[in-house]
Design a protein around this ligand. Structure first.
Ligand code: IPE
Ligand code: IPE
Ligand code: MG
Length: 250
């Protein structure tokens, strides 16, 4: 496919399940946390790539609602790493006109991390370049539950009648509803599953899996994913070529 054609079929919103940090570290005889630290460099690469390719939004799965079940030492080290990265990166976000947001239930994080998150979100609120969403203490099931809870409150207050609830109603309360739909989900680390990442939002996303471990993720693999995306035919449930419908099926 010609380069110009590829560029015209770029996704607007890419979401990445950044998996494989632990195995990357183990392969090198290092502690898991060193894999997570190496993963931060890949985050930088991915964000720069997203800017250079003029994506509207990049959503990165950093910590799932199930990741609390890991050993306390790993969870604590991850929390410390999040704080350090946030404190160091606000300038980068500002310099690159990035709007930063966290999706997920941040109330379970300690106060310092919550403050860092709110500060980074506030400072970058009016930036109109790339929107960078970090999914932290995020679960696709949690997302749907929080949306349903908001709707239930509106019903209780008499603002909404149960008969009025449809797909659009729920969509309005789901995380990232105001952004372009997630066109492409990339998962590194070789597993072919969603692990409670975006559920509602990826109903019609294209999926791209790679064995590459997250700390090794680079522009070549990101580009491979974009090429794969450009070659996909997205039907959204429709007949592929409606003009041939009678010829093929009647
Ligand atoms: C993903 O890498 C990062 C987080 C879940 C925080 P992993 O830590 O799951 O790495 P593997 O899958 O064990 O190699
Ligand atoms: C998914 O990776 C979560 C993140 C990348 C943050 P996991 O390593 O937690 O997923 P499972 O446990 O292999 O499904
Ligand atoms: Mg993993």
């Amino acid at each position: 496919m010609k380069k110009s054609r590829i560029l015209s079929k770029l996704p607007r919103h890419v979401a990445i399940i950044m998996d494989g940090n632990g195995r990357w570290a183990k392969n090198k005889g290092k502690l898991r946390i060193l894999g997570h630290q190496a993963g931060v460099k890949s985050v930088h690469r991915a964000v720069n790539f997203a800017i250079n390719h003029r994506l509207d939004a990049l959503t990165l799965y950093a910590f799932s609602s199930e990741n609390w079940n890991r050993p306390i030492q790993e969870v604590s080290a991850l929390m410390t790493l999040f704080i350090r990265v946030l404190e160091n990166e606000v300038e980068f976000l500002q310099n690159h006109n990035i709007r930063f947001r966290v999706i997920g239930d941040i109330h379970r994080f300690d106060n310092r991390l919550q403050e860092c998150i709110r500060y980074s979100e506030d400072v970058t609120r009016n930036n109109d370049g790339l929107t960078l969403n970090i999914a932290a203490n995020y679960g696709g099931r949690w997302d749907i539950i929080q949306a349903v809870r908001s709707i239930a409150i509106q019903v209780k207050q008499g603002i909404l009648h149960p008969d009025q609830i449809d797909e659009n109603t729920l969509r309005q309360f789901i995380c990232m509803n105001e952004l372009a739909p997630v066109d492409l989900v990339i998962r590194t680390g070789g597993e072919h599953r969603i692990s409670n990442f975006l559920l509602w939002q990826i109903a019609y996303s294209e999926l791209f899996f790679t064995d590459v471990l997250w700390p090794d993720f680079n522009d070549i693999i990101f580009r491979d994913a974009l090429y794969a995306f450009a070659r996909r035919k997205r039907n959204f449930g429709r007949t592929v070529n409606p003009s041939n419908y009678e010829e093929n099926f009647c």
